[in-house]
Design a protein around this ligand. Structure first.
Ligand SMILES: CC(C)(COP(=O)(O)OP(=O)(O)OC[C@H]1O[C@@H](n2cnc3c(N)ncnc32)[C@H](O)[C@@H]1OP(=O)(O)O)[C@@H](O)C(=O)NCCC(=O)NCCS
Length: 168
């Protein structure tokens, strides 16, 4: 069957992966077993999608992002370069929790995560919310909110296109 997506020859796609039409996976990526990536997504260089992760349509994932198990991206999510997801709130090398111990993270439709931001697991980033570069998200982020700082706090409201409409 003709594939309607693109995977650069330097990338690995494990078995049982589903990739939607029009999606482009660039250099040095690894898409792990059971992951589902929607239509018209772009994955930049050195992106890892862990097993069973679900990514919606029209997402853009910039260079050096690992989307770990327990993280879900709805449609139209933007992940800035080197942003960081997590899935174990209190990790220990000697006492791994396994999948059952992961805390889920949901990035809702149209949300954007700035470069180098960190999303502590167990939180939801609302629709069309914007996470500033370098922020550390430690709480749920309401829809259309702009969050910045360490720890992240809501500093404004943004519209669907990402323009600032109000500073708080
Ligand atoms: C948060 C952001 C959207 C604000 O942009 P802006 O509307 O032009 O805002 P301004 O630069 O006028 O800054 C407004 C205030 O927020 C602060 N601020 C801006 N960016 C910030 C950040 N990343 N973290 C903390 N504070 C920030 C500014 O210092 C300023 O504070 P002040 O009023 O006390 O001086 C932008 O700075 C940002 O981080 N964008 C993400 C860029 C990115 O990562 N892109 C990835 C693809 S390349």
């Amino acid at each position: 069957m003709e594939t309607k997506f693109f995977v650069h020859e330097s990338s690995y796609v494990d078995e049982g992966v589903s990739i939607g039409d029009g999606t482009k996976i660039w250099h040095f990526c690894h898409i792990q077993k059971g992951a589902k990536i929607g239509k018209n997504c772009t994955l930049g260089q050195n992106v890892n999608v862990s097993q069973n992760v679900v990514i919606g349509d029209n997402c853009k994932i910039q260079n050096n992002v690992s989307v770990y198990e327990g993280v879900e991206l709805e449609d139209g999510v933007f992940c800035g370069p080197s942003c960081v997801f997590t899935n174990d709130l209190t990790p220990r090398a000697e006492f791994p929790k396994g999948t059952a111990g992961y805390k889920k993270t949901l990035i809702k439709r149209g949300a954007s995560i700035g470069a180098n931001a960190t999303i502590v697991c167990g939180h939801t980033i609302g629709e069309y919310a914007m996470v500033a570069a370098g922020a550390v998200v430690t709480k749920d982020v309401p829809d259309y909110s702009l969050v910045a700082g360490v720890p992240g706090s809501v500093i404004g409201k943004v519209d669907k296109k990402g323009d600032l409409i109000k500073m708080i």
